[in-house]
Write a protein that binds this ligand. Sequence first.
Ligand code: 5GP
Ligand code: ZN
Length: 137
Amino acid sequence: MKDQNCIFCKIANGEIPSTTLYEDEDFRVILDMGPATRGHALLLPKEHYANLFELDDKLAAKALVTAKKVAARMKDALGADGFNLVQNNGEAAGQTVFHFHMHLIPRYENDGAGISWTPGSATPEEMAEVKRLVDEK
Ligand code: 5GP
Ligand code: ZN
């Protein structure tokens, strides 16, 4: 299914032009218009799924295999020193476009891209509580 009002549906299906690094029957990989680093790309399914939890299982598996293949090519071609795969779900997690996508972000020594968090702390009791809640589901 496509969503008429979704910009990534239009880009993934070629209705809106994009700089495409890879395409097959299920996915398109495009350059991000606001890149964190040189070569920052987005993997988009051609069908509309709002986020990871809606994504079809077979496509979820293929998404990672496809990201791996394209990321390896990009890393070589661009001379990247490292690589981040980032995938946001929900506003609280920084998702701004509600069509599943995976960020493919080449990393370079001292590139300054702020893809990190400040480590917090968790007591053994808090960790046990988290485990209990997840185990119950
Ligand atoms: P999110 O924050 O939802 O994980 O990521 C959305 C990403 O999509 C952002 O990195 C943003 O720069 C990119 N983006 C949003 N609209 C467009 C667009 O129309 N074209 C392209 N190429 N990238 C877009
Ligand atoms: Zn869509």
